[in-house]
Design a protein around this ligand. Structure first.
Ligand SMILES: Cc1cc2nc3c(=O)[nH]c(=O)nc-3n(C[C@H](O)[C@H](O)[C@H](O)COP(=O)(O)OP(=O)(O)OC[C@H]3O[C@@H](n4cnc5c(N)ncnc54)[C@H](O)[C@@H]3O)c2cc1C
Length: 279
């Protein structure tokens, strides 16, 4: 895997569009966005948001290699909120970046669920709002995880609404006629969206009935999977992802090296809690 050539960019909201009850697409623009080089697929980046009352994210003075230690030492009530997101799309001339934000609070959400700082920011994003992103300057970068090895015969993709932008990006770049089995769990039927692809993709949308269930696992458990050498990319809520990985490696005998699994969020924990755990 290549190293991670990333740098900070100042960007601002160009427009925000409600795609569906649980998803907002925010399109960013910025003066030096021409240097941003998404590798597509599941390209991740860090997003830095202002706190309520601030008109821009507060970042360390030195944004070189020591930025993370410097950000951690800042007052948590003042420093920018840091979250991880996926490049849904990048366009040139003019330079624009689309990011799809799942709204996890609100009317469509289960009772008691509330937005965190990022989904709440996206819900009210307006043209001109300022944020910062730490993103790639080379297309081949360490922020892309979807890397099927040579000899892969078919691909399995699963995720919830937070992984939908990555699955969309992967499907958009899969070579023509590649067999793909895809399961995506969304809060409501209206949250399904068109996923253009040249692959031979069999896409199943699963509408969430009970947030405690692992609908993707239940669907994959009873599915007839293709023969041949698989590569699996699975993302979403951490415990659900781990359970599905166990099923694929333990019951379905997938080679563990051919299962890329990533917890995109954890029930009951903010991203700040998750960062604190690895410190
Ligand atoms: C590599 C990577 C790529 C990601 N890409 C995207 C993306 O493109 N779009 C996207 O929407 N998300 C994406 N995520 C997930 C996103 O970073 C988390 O959902 C994040 O916690 C949202 O921040 P927040 O401030 O809204 O909530 P937080 O403050 O982090 O959490 C607040 C509370 O909400 C809960 N929570 C967080 N996310 C959800 C959720 N989806 N559903 C229900 N409850 C939740 C937490 O458990 C916590 O209790 C990605 C994560 C990773 C690691």
């Amino acid at each position: 895997m290549p190293a991670t050539p990333f740098r900070f960019f100042d960007v601002r909201v160009l427009r925000a569009e409600r795609l569906s009850p649980a998803m907002v697409r925010v399109t960013f623009t910025g003066d030096d966005l021409s240097a941003f080089a998404s590798g597509g697929r599941d390209q991740r980046f860090k997003l830095f948001l202002p706190r309520p009352g601030q008109d821009a994210p507060v970042l360390p003075d030195d944004l070189g290699d020591g930025w993370f230690a410097a950000w951690r030492e800042m007052d948590p009530a003042v420093r920018a909120v840091m979250r991880t997101y996926t490049v849904r799309d990048q366009r040139r001339d003019p330079d624009e970046l689309d990011v799809d934000f799942a709204l996890h609070g609100g009317d469509h959400a289960p009772a008691g669920a509330t937005d965190g700082p990022a989904s709440s920011w996206a819900r009210t994003a307006r043209p001109g709002d300022r944020v910062a992103v730490l993103g790639p300057v080379e297309e081949d970068n360490g922020g892309v995880d979807f890397r099927p090895p040579p000899g892969t015969d078919w691909t399995l993709l699963t995720g919830d609404e937070t992984a939908l932008p990555a699955i969309a990006g992967i499907l958009a770049q899969l070579p023509a006629d590649t067999p793909a089995k895809v399961w995506i769990e969304v809060p409501g039927a209206e949250d399904a969206q068109p996923l253009p692809t040249k692959a031979d993709a069999d896409i199943t949308w699963l509408v969430r009935e009970n947030p405690q269930d692992n609908a993707v696992l239940e669907a994959v458990r009873t599915a007839d999977l293709p023969t041949g050498t698989p590569y699996a990319w699975i993302a979403g809520e951490s415990a659900n992802v781990r359970a599905l990985r166990r099923h694929l490696v333990g019951d379905r005998r997938f080679d563990r090296k051919a299962v890329k699994f990533t917890g995109y969020w954890r029930r009951g924990a903010t991203e700040d809690d998750l960062i604190a755990e690895i410190e």
